[in-house]
Design a protein. Structure first.
Length: 196
């Protein structure tokens, strides 16, 4: 007598875990590029996809995939993005801890922490990264190239350079409260100087 999937035979549980993992991540297609190769019989087309994947809780990755069909290229890019994920420290689970710059090739980006209610002020490829990582308030500017590959790699370079107060405190052998208090004093001084 064959057992049903509910009874724990073949098939039931592994599939549920896979679907749960799929629903955990949000993926955004940044761009598709069509490439033509000229061969004896004419042109042969293939597609290159650029995808950003994140869990909206501080983990994000990007990947590229090439294939003869668009869905296959997207699937390859998504798999690569899931393999190459990084963790980004977020302040109050909504913005960055501090301003940071990133660079890749001709692409330069400047990311700035923003107060609540600002929203995501960023260009197309960078916006996809922030939406998938879970940042709600950020001001970003891309300088130089508009190539989406270079923009995303420069953004990831900046995100890798982010430090949380906890990691800085551990490196310096101080308490988190000392570092955060100093940041609050500095922002109060700069606000007072701006008023004068």
């Amino acid at each position: 007598m064959a057992r049903s999937p509910k009874e724990g035979g073949r098939g039931g549980r592994g599939r549920d875990r896979e679907q749960k993992e799929e629903s955990e991540f949000v993926d955004k297609l940044v761009g598709i590029n069509r490439v033509a190769k000229v061969v004896k019989g004419g042109r042969r087309f293939s597609f290159a996809a650029l995808v950003v994947v994140g869990d909206q809780r501080g983990r994000v990755g990007f990947g590229t995939g090439k294939a003869r069909e668009v869905p296959e290229a997207i699937r390859k890019a998504t798999d690569q993005a899931k393999r190459n994920m990084i963790r980004v420290p977020l302040r109050e689970a909504r913005t960055l801890h501090h301003d940071v710059k990133g660079r890749f090739g001709a692409g330069k980006v400047v990311l700035r922490a923003a107060p609540a209610g600002t929203g995501i002020i960023a260009g197309g490829p960078m916006r996809a990264v922030f939406e998938t990582v879970g940042v709600q308030d950020v001001v970003a500017k891309s300088v130089g190239t508009q190539n989406p590959h270079n923009m995303i790699k420069a953004t990831f370079d900046a995100l890798k350079n982010l430090n949380s107060p906890r990691s800085v405190a551990a490196k310096r052998g101080k308490k988190v409260s000392d570092i955060v208090a100093r940041r609050a004093d500095y922002s109060a001084e700069s606000a007072a100087a701006a008023k004068e």
